[in-house]
Design a protein around this ligand. Structure first.
Ligand SMILES: [Zn+2]
Length: 218
């Protein structure tokens, strides 16, 4: 493996930590320490079917150390957690899957300003780099709806209808295949709505990819 001088310096001053227990990792280990790796909550089934998508993938169940890592990424503004999580996301994609762009389910401009970054965009940036694909900002969130996590499952579908618009800055052309990134899938309503918006704008196909799926039944 090629190790650049910059990465050696980064490692010296900002040692990589295990995404689960947060201990400093040995020099040749990335992302998760050997004692935490077997305890990661890998999803029993990584592939889900959601409306408007070809398929949807998530390597983890939303619990334990992965729920904690996502919480740190989202609410404690810890973008360094995005790269290790993105590596697991890419690993769970079928080897023969082909895409033209990586894109993401955005938060609103207002919320991004408050938080300083968009967690799905951070994940998408790393997924795009790992797959050698362009990152495209294709959607904007035009309505500040209630947080999905604050609503019972039955109300979540209605809560997301019409909240996304295709971005006028992106040029949709026939045949484009998108890999659509989000952080967590609960009922799938949010990801489906974003996929629907892309398909209506002209996307040939949309495949979903998230870090984790909650265990909640639809
Ligand atoms: Zn650990």
């Amino acid at each position: 493996m090629h190790i650049s001088l910059k990465s050696v310096w980064m490692r010296l001053f900002f040692p990589a930590r295990c995404i689960a227990c947060r201990k400093v990792l040995p020099g040749d280990v990335y992302d998760v320490c050997p004692s935490c790796r077997p305890k990661l909550p890998f999803a029993p089934q990584a592939c889900l079917s959601l409306p408007y998508t070809e398929a949807c993938f998530a390597p983890f169940s939303y619990k334990g150390s992965v729920a904690a890592a996502l919480h740190r990424l989202k609410f404690k503004s810890k973008p360094p957690y995005a790269l290790p999580l993105a590596r697991f996301m890419v690993e769970c994609l079928p080897k023969d899957a082909r895409f033209d762009f990586v894109t993401f389910v955005p938060i609103s401009k207002k919320r991004k300003k408050e938080r300083g970054f968009d967690q799905a965009e951070e994940l998408a940036r790393h997924v795009a780099a790992l797959l050698y694909l362009p990152l495209a900002t294709t959607l904007t969130k035009t309505t500040e709806n209630k947080r999905q996590s604050s609503l019972p499952a039955a109300q979540r579908k209605g809560n997301v209808i019409g909240v996304y618009e295709a971005s006028s800055d992106f040029c949709f052309r026939p045949g484009q295949r998108f890999l659509l990134i989000d952080d967590i899938i609960t009922t799938g309503a949010t990801l489906s709505e974003a996929a629907k918006t892309l398909r209506l704008a002209g996307a040939e196909s949309v495949t979903g990819l998230a870090v984790a799926k909650t265990q909640q039944k639809h």
